[in-house]
Design a protein around this ligand. Structure first.
Ligand SMILES: [Zn+2]
Length: 265
């Protein structure tokens, strides 16, 4: 049985010097691929380099909604340069209106550009949405169904929106937040999603899961993915094997364009 970590940040300064060991531990835990998302122009190069150094690392390039203020005058060219330089997806991108003082208009403009590129280049897109569901739905309606599947990472929305998101070509990604004993809403969402439409992620190094034997550092890593799958499958009364097989197959369906590109190289 294999796993794919559909959303993590291996460029993160807290873990970058440990990547060879983290990659090793992931492989031992049967985590076959890790989708590592850049978050701003400053970490595009590092994300590209990681994917060159390790066959198991699949890169995504994008501007995270928290960091839209950091964009340079050449961000669109730089994003496109990296997307064309190696088999890759788009992200992390999206909308996060949690901070009331954020520049919503800029977030929307940057996010729409990423979605437009995803359609144009036919790349999967790794989307972050927090407290911005109405705006996200408005954008989806305006832009129409995704040409290539994408995912909503660490889903925090309501269960009743899921069928609509599925109809737009989106997969729903669940992180360690599903292991929180108090996470009723997330478990409700996991119960509602189609078997063919959920994927799993760690969001490494964040969202440390509720594990029976937690690591002292509390820095998350992809090797924790099978444990997340174990707890999540229990919570929806599906066997661990069936649950893991669906998650793996669904992730392959989303990230197929990157894997195919890596093989053809
Ligand atoms: Zn993330």
């Amino acid at each position: 049985m294999f796993f794919i970590d559909s959303h993590c940040h291996l460029h993160d300064p807290r873990i970058i010097s440990d990547i060879p060991w983290i990659e090793d531990r992931a492989r031992i835990a049967n985590v076959q691929y890790m989708v590592s998302c850049a978050t701003m122009e400053d970490n595009f190069e590092l994300t590209a380099q990681l994917s060159k150094d390790f066959d198991s690392i699949l890169p995504c390039f994008g501007i995270h909604p928290w960091f839209v203020d950091s964009i340079s005058g050449r961000w669109k060219e730089r994003l496109e340069y990296y997307l064309l330089s190696c088999p890759s997806g788009i992200g992390e991108t999206g909308l996060d209106f949690t901070d009331k003082t954020c520049d919503r208009a800029l977030q929307i403009k940057v996010f729409e550009h990423h979605l437009m590129l995803a359609g144009q280049l036919e790349r999967p897109v790794n989307i972050h949405i927090r407290n911005a569901w109405d705006t996200f739905i408005h954008i989806l309606k305006k832009m129409g169904k995704l040409k290539v599947p994408g995912l909503i990472h660490s889903y925090s929305g309501s269960a009743d929106m899921i069928p609509m998101f599925e109809s737009y070509g989106l997969y729903i990604s669940f992180s360690g937040s599903v292991t929180n004993p108090k996470a009723k809403k997330v478990v409700g969402a996991l119960k509602s999603v189609s078997k063919e439409r959920f994927v799993l992620e760690t969001d490494t190094p964040d969202i440390y899961p509720y594990l029976p034997e937690p690591n002292f550092s509390r820095l998350n890593e992809p090797q924790n993915l099978p444990a997340i799958a174990q707890i999540a499958s229990n919570r929806i009364d599906m066997s661990f094997e069936e649950f893991s097989q669906y998650a793996y197959g669904n992730s392959l369906a989303v990230f197929h364009p990157i894997l195919q590109g890596k093989k053809d190289k």
